[in-house]
Design a protein around this ligand. Structure first.
Ligand code: PLP
Length: 405
């Protein structure tokens, strides 16, 4: 016990030295004031790095749905899906999500993290071609920790392909045993790099080598595609992706995760994945809020248009001010800093001197030397807020850092 505590202290010491110690900033979200949050002393802070991308978290449609559901069904589900934890709202939400992605079935999880971990582990531990032929999984080098958790915990043979590199993926697929079951796991929008996977090209090689495709659309659902079905909808390739995974906690502003796919596959996960079976289902009030949000967002095309217009506006302002923006083809606007300590300092000064908050992104989330601040402007970030942000950043970030970019 004492030896372990010593170990904790030493590890924390070295994490601190590397500027990687995690300090949470207490900020109270305000449903009616978003993107302004409140600090404990009541002063307001303009937040630039919420994953509530479409400002749906405080929108009256999900908020009212949650309040009504809490009054009528209570605060918690009271059981797993099997143990009286399935309400009509859970079923309706699964049907809505399946329809959003043009799939036969949907399945809810308590978070996006759990959906990835539980689904990938259940698939990769299965042996459709017998014990002599374990799954081979092909995983993008920049996949999220939740996918890695499902992959690492499984008996699959793991191949990592270079980020978004279809040529490298094909080389690995070609070298794998032809008789082995195969699965390609990747994301659409990568939120730290702000780039987007070539989904159609990945489906081409998947079909050529008879591999299944598993796509994490967490940073795209609600925002991309004519109805918010994600990049796979935008690119017209959703029908070629076998399993689409998403979250209700980012653009939909609520909580929970899900998968959508063919009935047999979804039903298999429902009946075999421990991370689905052995945990209390989402509170009905959360499911009701999410259902209301998904229905609203599907038809609120103006909200999507506004998100992308706001992202372009911030990118243009950063460029005009010579701020070293990292190239982005998505709604995310990363700013290069390149040093863990400086990254933390810029974030702290933004907060302390300018009452604005942007998350510093450090190792191990990104490689050393690639430290950055990540901005996620949304429909409610105004031109005036952006001008204020650019003024603050140019005051904080040394001129030579800006010119070096
Ligand atoms: C946030 C995130 C998840 C997890 O979703 P939660 O609903 O927050 O658990 C999964 N994948 C990616 C790529 C993410 O960024």
């Amino acid at each position: 016990m004492n030896a372990f505590k010593d170990h904790c202290r030493q590890t924390l010491g070295s994490i601190r030295e590397q500027g990687r110690y995690r300090v949470f900033t207490p900020l109270r979200k305000r449903a009616d004031g978003f993107p302004y949050y409140a600090r404990p002393d009541g002063s307001r802070v303009l937040v630039w790095s919420s994953n509530d991308y479409l400002a749906m978290g405080g929108h009256p449609v999900p908020v009212n749905a949650a309040c009504e559901a809490a009054r009528s069904m209570g605060a918690g589900a009271g059981g797993t899906r099997n143990i009286s934890g399935t309400s009509p709202v859970h079923d309706d939400l699964e049907a809505e999500l399946a329809s959003l992605h043009g799939k036969q079935a949907g399945l809810l999880f308590t978070s996006g993290y759990v959906s990835n971990q539980a689904t990938l582990a259940a698939i990769l531990n299965s042996l459709p071609n017998g014990p002599a032929h374990p799954f081979h999984v092909f995983s993008d080098a920049k996949n999220h920790a939740s996918m890695i958790a499902g992959i690492k915990g499984s008996r699959a043979v793991v191949h990592i392909f270079r980020h978004n590199d279809v040529g490298h993926l094909e080389t690995l697929l070609r070298a794998a045993p032809p008789g082995a079951p195969k699965l390609i796991a990747f994301e659409s929008v990568y939120s730290m790099d702000a780039d987007i996977a070539p989904i159609g090209a990945i489906c081409d090689v998947a079909e050529k080598y008879d591999a299944m495709t598993y796509l994490d659309e967490v940073h795209a659902v609600g925002m991309y595609g004519p109805n918010g079905g994600g990049v796979s909808e935008r690119d017209g390739v959703a029908h070629r992706v076998h399993i689409i995974e998403g979250t209700l906690a980012k653009a939909f502003g609520c909580h929970g995760g899900y998968i959508a796919g063919d009935t047999e596959i979804v039903d298999f996960i429902r009946c075999t994945a421990p991370g689905f079976i052995f945990t209390t289902s989402l509170p009905p009030m959360v499911a009701a809020a999410a259902l209301a949000s998904v229905r609203h967002v599907r038809s609120d095309h103006a909200r999507r248009t506004k998100l992308f217009e706001r992202a372009s506006a911030l990118k243009a302002r950063f460029d005009a001010a010579g701020l070293p923006r990292i190239d982005s083809v998505s709604h995310i606007v990363p700013l290069h800093v390149g040093d863990a300590t400086l990254c933390m300092q810029v974030s702290q000064r933004l907060l302390n001197e300018f009452a604005m908050y942007a998350t510093p992104i450090n190792y191990p989330t990104v490689a050393r030397g690639e430290e950055r601040l990540r901005f996620t402007p949304g429909p409610l970030h105004t031109d005036a807020m952006m001008d204020e942000l650019v003024q603050a950043l140019t005051a904080i970030i040394p001129l030579e850092r800006r010119q070096a970019a």
